[in-house]
Write a protein that binds this ligand. Structure first.
Ligand code: PSU
Ligand code: MN
Length: 302
């Protein structure tokens, strides 16, 4: 039986020509940003990938198919739909089998990208080990996926809503290369630095591509996490974002938010608490990651 993959026309053309492709996730569209900024941002990110010499492939589940690349009509449908499932490794197959509509997280996007032969994926932030994980056990399925699936993921690090030292410890245990791009520190999404040193540093897309290829040659499963700091002009100083994070975390606790609701709840509250400032920064860092993702995809194609 063939895989339930549907390629958008521009992605099918890029595959046929062997030109670089960059995967993009869809949970950021349905659960990370409000409509219509979500659809506008998704289009801007796709345009940025094209402007840097690669073809964007936004991934989502609709009508029993894994869509690798969304036409304008599909992107509009997804961006406006009200009850879209947030899909990770655990629920991807069930959504496909039942014909539901689903947005893919980092973990599910990696799985779908690998099925489609796409080796690079650009996003905003990854999920990680939540604060209080020692009692809640809340660790994102994105982390074990990075250890299992051979896709290089470009993100702006992880948000300070998470426990960043524990997140880095987990990734080390799982054997995931964490590569800060162009600096020593692991970036913290809105902030260029988390105050923690990243285990690895690379300064060129070519080096990241070479490391990706070498993992493949060695037969090491899993991908790489490239942590690309937010551009200076879009950065929100840590002192300014911290109160919003603390308030959002306290609200989540008081309301008993659990499981897959936690991350979307926190993102939504921080957006409101910063009066949209976090959204502007969010879009700037995803565009920045799209540029680096395109450069890595180009280097992999050479
Ligand atoms: N972190 C962000 N922005 C996001 C997400 C995480 O800064 O949009 C989304 C991504 O899709 C990520 C998912 O894969 O949330 C992680 O959710 P969870 O923590 O439930 O695994
Ligand atoms: Mn979780």
């Amino acid at each position: 039986m063939s895989l339930p993959l549907t390629f958008a026309p521009e992605v099918a053309a890029a595959r046929a020509a062997g030109t670089p492709i960059v995967a993009l996730e869809s949970t950021i569209i349905t659960h990370g940003m409000p409509f219509p900024q979500n659809v506008e941002a998704a289009r801007a990110v796709e345009a940025e990938v094209r402007a840097h010499g690669a073809t964007p492939a936004t991934i989502a589940i609709m009508d029993g198919q894994i869509h690798i690349g969304l036409t304008d009509a599909l992107l509009d449908r997804l961006g406006q739909a009200s009850h879209v499932a947030k899909l990770s490794r655990a629920d991807l197959a069930a959504c496909l089998a039942t014909g539901g509509m689903g947005a893919t997280t980092v973990a599910a996007t990696m799985i779908c990208a690998q099925l489609a032969g796409v080796e690079v994926f650009a996003t905003g932030g990854i999920g990680g080990v939540h604060r209080g994980a020692e009692t809640s056990f809340d660790i994102s399925a994105d982390l074990p996926e990075l250890a299992a699936t051979a896709v290089t993921v470009v993100a702006a690090g992880a948000k300070a809503i998470l426990d960043l030292p524990k997140t880095l410890e987990y990734l080390e245990t799982a054997g995931v290369p964490v590569i800060a791009f162009g600096q020593d520190d692991f970036p913290a999404f809105w902030s260029r630095s988390s105050g923690l040193k990243a285990p690895l540093r690379m300064d060129s897309a070519e080096a990241i591509a070479a490391a990706h290829r070498m993992r493949g040659r060695l037969g090491l499963p899993g991908g790489q996490l490239v942590a690309n700091p937010i551009p200076v002009e879009a950065e929100i100083p840590r002192a300014e974002i911290t109160p919003a994070i603390e308030t959002a975390l306290a609200e989540a606790e008081a309301q008993g938010i659990a499981a897959k609701e936690v991350t979307p709840f926190l993102l939504d509250r921080i957006l409101a608490l910063t009066e949209g400032r976090s959204l502007t920064s969010n879009i700037a860092l995803v565009l920045n990651n799209a540029r680096l993702g395109a450069a890595i995809a180009r280097a992999l194609t050479r």
